[in-house]
Design a protein. Structure first.
Ligand code: FAD
Length: 414
């Protein structure tokens, strides 16, 4: 009996997606944060750079942060020449990664439709479409009738509070299953030798003569010459461990899903004026979000006021949703920078200290591709051109990026 038990335990262990190795006293690189960005970097360090003596240190469980809480929207219709190439490559990477990881990431390039409810919004969208097209990314302006053809359940009459005047349609965007991405990357990285330590918190980073030497964790010290801060909403706290202040403030962002419905919404729809976006998941739920509490905080509470707002916005835009019940709501942290673009940097000002944070509410879509380039940066100490604009120094030099949140009211539209 005992033997069979031991055998079964062994078999179960072999079936684990990743093993739980003991924490070693040294690694070539330590990645703080088991979110998409940390895991992607670990995976590409091992896969592309041959560096597999790497630890991912996660204080709770992988996907505990924004990576396991987002609404899974991906797109490449940002505004600036710095952001567009990264997001465009990010979109192309999902199917390749699905193959490579042998894990169904459920990439669904259903297209994103952003609605305009004023002439001013249409004007801003014209600029976004032109920028996307300049970079070879499919995006087009559509009128209200075309919006209705794309998403038949939209109300394009005069009845909604903000009537629909047109929109921006971006066919290559869509959704990717967020927890599949986290699990797929974790399994992929672990198979290549990366150690994933969940339930382990980094409490300090030690620096000598301007170089990273080790990190302190609640399970012991780890010697390492390279540390990556991929701590999402907690990245300012990690950065403070070595005295670097980041221009990041942390806001709570909420989301929710309805009960499952038959397929009725085949695209991602968003509206700045309504402060709302929605898509239908493969399970049939309408996943929706956009609200951010306007005051900095670290809670992950949802609010009744927001649920009411979301119900009103959704049913104004898509009246057939009246009577549909919300089933679940949740919240996560968004690490916001002043220019709606992330901070990706290394060896600045401390050698061996790398940062990948400030992703706000838009860091899911670009996580895998950023990990690919960041791995190159960490292995070679040379910043790839595509990441160079995201340096922390841009704030010191007053060279903020001209990215915007939303063409109408600067609310999130993911
Ligand atoms: C409700 C919501 C909806 C969103 N929707 C979208 C969307 O549709 N599209 C999109 O592109 N983006 C979206 N986002 C944003 C996106 O989820 C984040 O930008 C992205 O997940 C950030 O990933 P990350 O790996 O940098 O950080 P995270 O996933 O937050 O991971 C950071 C990890 O670091 C760990 N950690 C922190 N401190 C320590 C420490 N001291 N020691 C060890 N571990 C530590 C945390 O526990 C956490 O697991 C959304 C976010 C939320 C909350």
């Amino acid at each position: 009996m005992l033997c069979r038990f031991t055998e079964n335990t062994k078999k179960a262990k072999n079936k684990l997606m990743w093993q739980r190795p003991p924490l070693k006293g040294s690694y070539d690189a330590v990645i703080i944060g088991g979110g998409l960005h940390g895991l992607a970097t670990a995976y590409f360090l091992a896969r592309n750079q041959g560096m597999n003596h790497v630890a991912v240190i996660e204080k709770r469980y992988i996907g505990f942060g924004g990576s396991g809480r987002n609404t899974a929207i991906v797109r490449a219709n940002q505004r600036t020449k710095e952001n567009l190439p990264l997001y465009a490559e990010g979109l192309e990477l999902w199917p390749k990664l699905t193959d490579e990881l042998d894990f169904n990431l459920m990439f669904f390039n259903c297209g994103n439709l952003n609605l305009a409810h004023s002439e001013a919004a249409l004007g801003s969208m014209r600029l976004l479409v032109a920028s996307a097209q300049f970079h070879g990314i499919k995006s087009e302006l559509v009128d209200a009738k075309q919006c209705k053809e794309i998403v038949p359940i939209l109300d394009i009459s005069d009845l909604p509070t903000y009537p629909i005047m047109g929109g921006m349609y971006h066919p290559p965007g869509g959704t990717v299953r967020h927890d599949a991405v986290v699990w797929g990357l974790a399994r992929g990285a672990a198979r290549l030798g990366v150690h994933i330590h969940q339930g382990t918190e980094v409490t300090g980073i030690n620096v000598q003569n301007g170089k990273v030497t080790s990190v302190e964790t609640d399970k012991g010290k780890i010697h390492t010459p390279r540390v990556l801060n991929a701590a999402g909403g907690y990245s300012t706290l990690v950065s403070a461990m070595i005295g670097i202040r980041l221009p990041v403030h942390v806001l709570t962002i909420q989301a929710m899903v309805t009960e499952p419905l038959k397929p009725i919404l085949h695209h991602v729809v968003s509206s700045g004026a309504y402060h709302c976006y929605a898509n239908q998941t493969l399970k049939g739920e309408i996943a929706t979000g956009a609200h951010m509490d306007p005051w900095p905080n670290y809670t992950t509470q949802v609010s009744a006021r927001y649920i009411k707002h979301q119900a009103e916005a959704l049913t104004d835009l898509m009246p057939c949703l009246k009577g549909v019940k919300f089933m679940r709501s949740w919240a996560g942290l968004a690490d916001m920078t002043p220019d709606m673009a992330p901070i990706i940097d290394g060896n600045n000002p401390i050698q061996g200290y790398f940062m990948d944070c400030g992703w706000g509410y838009f860091g899911f879509k670009s996580g895998a591709v950023t990990g690919k380039y960041l791995a190159e940066f960490m292995a070679s100490d040379q910043c790839p051109d595509i990441l160079a604009p995201f340096t922390l120094r841009r704030y010191e030099n007053h060279k903020l990026m001209g990215e915007i949140a939303n063409p109408v009211n600067y609310g999130p539209w993911n």
